[in-house]
Design a protein around this ligand. Structure first.
Ligand code: SF4
Ligand code: SF4
Length: 373
């Protein structure tokens, strides 16, 4: 049987339009029985920033999903995320998602407070993950990704969104252990297998293009996608914004694993047609196809090191930098530090140590880090 992806139009974050579009996307994609179930909704909150920046799932989108799940009979709804550089006690207030959670009678969860270990038998690389304990209490996890570009993985959607379940800076160790796109992608699929999200609903009303996930530009896409299969959803969403979906490591690697989609023809798009909504000028992260092909053939460490060095580097722009130190705190490779220069301190970097994870770029609050050759 084919895996369904519901694809519907939604022009704005107006609540009436959102409610109708989310219900339609859910119905088209087969829906889910949440009656009497405890749910964890996992929006993508990259940082506590204004919703207009399109860094995070829009709070009104989260509100509409909560309303839909409540109407469908969910017994309890938890909402949370753990952006990489936020400390314990992160409130999610500036993103507006905390307020929506409280206003709808749902429960906000601080992922760093109580944690447990989640294991998976089917892992290729990462057999266990430290996750918030709320995962043991809920019956279902629902991924609510934002449609965005991503420097490391080219695209971030329903699969990558689950990485936010790993509390705070705990994410950094995965960047160090799995520094290249192939292994990082396999690790994300291990997490997908461990969490087994019951459904994914993507906020593509306003996506992010250009240097995402933290420094891109809002781009109205006016779409909502829903699917019981995160890989199917990402495959369709990435092709809508102009990628060959097989350029996205998690999509490509997933086809070789038993994750419900073994071939693109296993996916059936319901509602709108992809060809009618495809965008041909979405600003994408360029994929190094030649490097990817070579790397697929040789995964050994000498080549890995060489490949790492060929990747674009983070450049720290002194004039823009406000010396907050977040990029230094998050760097798991100890590749950057403050140094004293003639105009005060600046961020220095050792490119031999830098693993090109781009976490610094992701978290810089003032767009003072450029990724280029
Ligand atoms: S995160 Fe950005 S602003 Fe803060 S120290 Fe690093 S480069 Fe400067
Ligand atoms: S300097 Fe930036 S890109 Fe390089 S390893 Fe550190 S966080 Fe990652």
């Amino acid at each position: 049987m084919k895996v369904k992806v519901g694809l519907v139009k939604c022009n704005t974050y107006d609540s009436k339009e959102l409610d109708t579009a989310i219900e339609k996307a859910m119905t088209l994609s087969g829906g889910i029985d949440v009656k009497g179930k405890k749910l964890l909704l996992k929006p993508n909150i990259l940082s506590d920033s204004d919703p207009a920046k399109a860094l995070s799932t829009h709070p009104e989108f989260v509100r509409s999903v909560i309303k839909y799940m409540q109407k469908a009979g969910a017994s309890e709804i938890y909402v949370g995320d753990s952006p990489g550089f936020q400390k314990p006690g992160y409130t999610g207030r500036k993103s507006g998602i905390r307020q929506v959670t409280e206003e709808t009678g749902s429960i906000w969860v601080d992922f760093t407070k109580e944690t447990s270990i989640l294991k998976t038998e089917n892992a290729k690389l990462a057999k266990e993950f430290k996750v918030p304990s709320v995962l043991n209490e809920v019956d279902m996890v629902i991924s609510l990704p934002k449609m965005k570009t991503h420097q490391l993985m080219y695209f971030t959607g329903a699969v990558k969104n689950l990485f936010g379940l790993v509390p705070g800076l705990g994410k950094s160790k995965y960047h160090v252990t799995y520094p290249n796109r192939h292994n990082f992608g396999e690790m994300l699929l291990d997490l997908l297998e461990a969490v087994k999200p019951a459904y994914s609903i993507m906020d593509g009303v306003i996506g992010m293009e250009g240097p995402g996930p933290g420094n891109g530009y809002p781009r109205p896409v006016k779409l909502i996608l829903a699917s019981p299969n995160a890989v199917a959803l990402d495959t369709i969403a990435s092709s809508i914004i102009g990628y060959d979906p097989m350029q996205i490591p998690t999509n490509k690697l997933a086809l070789k694993r038993d994750l419900g989609v073994n071939h693109l023809s296993d996916i059936s798009v319901e509602g709108l047609k992809v060809k009618d909504v495809k965008i041909d000028d979405y600003r994408l992260i360029k994929s190094k196809i030649f490097q990817n092909v070579i790397f697929d053939l040789f995964h050994f460490s000498v080549f890995e090191k060489f490949q790492q060095k060929m990747k674009p580097k983070p450049y720290f722009i002194e004039e823009k930098c406000i010396k907050c130190g977040e990029c230094i705190k998050i760097c798991a490779s100890d590749a950057n530090w403050f140094e004293q220069g003639p105009n005060g301190k600046f961020v220095a970097v050792d490119y031999n140590k830098c693993i090109r994870c781009y976490c610094c770029h992701e978290i810089c609050p003032v767009d003072a880090i450029e990724i280029r050759k």
